[in-house]
Design a protein around this ligand. Structure first.
Ligand SMILES: CC(C)(COP(=O)(O)OP(=O)(O)OC[C@H]1O[C@@H](n2cnc3c(N)ncnc32)[C@H](O)[C@@H]1OP(=O)(O)O)[C@@H](O)C(=O)NCCC(=O)NCCS
Length: 355
């Protein structure tokens, strides 16, 4: 089997910068609170009626395709990871194909729904297809337009201040070079805590999960609907159509699972953490990343943080950071790079790459 490499990287963030002070104007929050708890100073929001998770993913994909030195028609498989798709269905994969003007209908487009872990899950899928020789140019994209689905009242402040919009992309190709490539990928899940970080309605659950807690019900399980309707007036009136997160519970799990899944990648590949050039963690919260850094004993230059300027861009956060790190010359051929993510599901994952 061949090794797979990331042959091209790209990213895109929308123009509009939203500072913490801008959020202070619409909800009861403060710049100090946001910085102290999350490290976030500002985030970007896409333009309504102009940008979506697909279009931002497409701009990042164009950069990745150019960076890989190929043409869009060389792409033989598309993978799109997002939790803020343009439509409930069809998924962003086919929309990206159309947005990029890829007319080749011989190719497939796969949609990944693993939230913050979506990019690393997607990379693992791309790796398997490339290693086995099935595909030669897999386009993997993460794109998010969170700003269209957040609660900008004080009720939603714990979630809303965290998230931002953007897109990131890579092209995965085979290489003859035995010393380079994706060395190992690891994926995990635990559905027990599915509702701890979730966007519950609209959904086809028809009230099935009413056994859950009062708080969860208030955030999205309709109590008096028999399932004939997908979106009810009650959902709109009571603000159920927004993400729900038990922040502290998510935080406690994240700080355990991040180090675990990173060390799993080192143990399984036989590589030493001492040789790590750069860890790119999913940008969930600067405090989580700092905790992981401390736990693993990493120096500041061994971890990439950009959440301060983009917030948490979910499936886009790792490819945006990776693209920035490559652009900055921090990641070079032969470097050992680790990607790791944790998020809704819960799902968590890692990848170790010899660049
Ligand atoms: C969301 C998070 C920043 C909240 O920080 P926290 O210290 O856990 O805060 P809590 O939720 O316990 O809330 C503490 C207080 O701050 C308040 N608060 C919540 N959001 C606030 C905001 N944006 N501004 C001001 N106050 C806020 C709460 O209402 C609560 O007030 P109370 O004590 O009067 O009830 C933190 O839990 C976190 O980052 N969790 C992980 C989130 C994550 O990574 N999600 C993505 C997964 S990939």
């Amino acid at each position: 089997m061949k090794n797979s490499i990331i042959a091209g990287v790209g990213h895109f963030v929308p123009e509009t910068v939203v500072k913490n002070a801008d959020l202070e104007k619409v909800m009861d929050t403060s710049n100090e609170w946001i910085i102290e708890r999350t490290g976030i100073e500002e985030r970007r929001y896409g333009k309504k009626h102009e940008e979506t998770s697909t279009t931002m993913g497409a701009r990042a994909a164009e950069m990745a395709i150019e960076n890989a030195g190929i043409n869009k028609e060389d792409i033989d498989f598309i993978i799109f990871a997002t939790l803020s798709p343009d439509y409930y269905f069809p998924g962003n994969g086919v929309l990206l194909q159309r947005e990029l003007g890829i007319t080749n209908t011989e190719i497939g487009a796969l949609d990944i729904r693993n939230q913050c872990s979506g990019f690393v899950y997607g990379l693992s899928v791309a790796d398997q297809f490339v290693k086995t020789g099935m595909y030669k140019n897999v386009l993997l994209v993460g794109g998010e337009m969170h700003s269209m689905g957040l609660d900008f009242s004080t009720r939603g402040r714990n979630v809303t201040v965290i998230f931002g919009d953007g897109g990131g992309a890579v092209v995965v190709q085979p290489t003859e070079d035995k010393n380079r490539g994706i060395l190992t990928t690891h994926m995990h899940s635990n559905g027990t805590f599915a509702e701890k970080l979730a966007f519950i309605s609209p959904g086809a659950h028809s009230g099935y999960y009413q056994k859950y807690t009062e708080e969860e019900i208030n955030y999205g399980f309709p109590q008096d609907v028999l399932g004939e309707v997908f979106v009810t007036q009650k959902m709109v009136d009571e603000g159920m159509l927004y993400p729900h997160m038990e922040g502290q519970f998510v935080f406690k799990n994240a700080v355990v699972k991040f180090p675990e899944v990173i060390m799993e990648a080192f143990e399984k590949s036989g590589e030493s953490l001492d040789n790590l050039k750069l860890l790119i963690p999913h940008q969930a919260n600067l405090r989580i990343s700092q905790f992981v850094q401390k736990r693993l004993g990493l120096k500041d230059e061994q971890i990439w943080n950009n959440i301060q300027k983009y917030g948490n861009t979910t499936a886009a956060s790792i490819p945006i950071a990776l693209s920035e790190a490559v652009q900055a010359g921090t990641v070079k051929k032969g470097d050992l790079v680790c990607l790791a993510a944790f998020g809704s599901g819960f799902t968590w994952a890692s990848a170790l790459i010899r660049w």
